[in-house]
Design a protein around this ligand. Sequence first.
Ligand code: NDP
Length: 286
Amino acid sequence: MENVIIIGTGPAGYTAAIYASRADLNPLILTGTQPGGQLTTTTDVENFPGFPEGISGPELMIQMQQQAEKFGTRVEFGRVDAVTKEADGTFTLKVGEKDVQTKAVIICSGASARYLGLPGEDELTSGGHGLTACATCDGAFYRDVPVCVIGGGDSACEEATFLTKFASKVYLIVRRDELRASKIMAQRAINHEKIEVIWNSGIKEYVTNEKGDIRAVQLIDTKTGDESELEVEGVFMAIGHTPNSAFLNGLVETDDQGYILQKQGTRTSVEGIYAAGDISDTEYRQ
Ligand code: NDP
């Protein structure tokens, strides 16, 4: 019987692990299928306090792991497929073939940015080749070059507006002839002198240079099927996120998208289950 199992090894998971292990709870943390989480797919992190020179995402996650292990956290590779609440108030976690018992669970399984599912996306997102889903994280790397944002929701408008601080030009590529975004955010984007909205368009493929970096996107008109090339060095995906909560199968109360609802701090609707990080944060995603 474990005291506490932490699900997920992004910054929220390791922060929980550092605190739980320093409190002598001897926590077990399960990595998920992508140990280190979303930050392992980014290059330089310049906005994490305490690292004035910046630090690479993977290196930051290794340091968080070492900090948690220093106080006795046990890190195990494993993906949780199901969580069941037992009659005595404890929990059973199904981890592959294994069942693990615990008194408490901290869910830090995060959210995954949606991508278009086009060829090459895995290579382009790892190692800073021009495809990302986080303007806050990566926008500053695209100074004085043209970029595009895909999507027409609040995130797309917000990211496009934010990117105007850096990029020479921001194209907002929208698959329909209207934006889903709230009126005020949409107007702010549409009226911005550096932003050009390209309506009824989608990306057909990413065009790369000899180094494998994006140099353009091949656009396709969703109404006529006409194709054209648009020169950009950065592509920012803003077509929504999927919270990684499906494995809970309704055990914990979520909003209609699947983000876990927090009650009083990090508590959830189920006593003994806590949530932290992107799995319960639709606003900052940081
Ligand atoms: P949304 O689901 O609101 O918007 C997704 C956008 O991406 C839509 O324009 C959608 O187009 C488009 N899209 C989806 N799939 C594809 C695809 N395959 N190809 C091209 N385009 C695609 O997600 P957001 O992340 O923008 O917002 C999530 C929630 O967070 C919303 O409730 C939003 O209001 C909120 N939010 C609030 C902010 C704020 O208030 N500051 C900032 C950011 C988000 P279509 O419309 O055609 O479906």
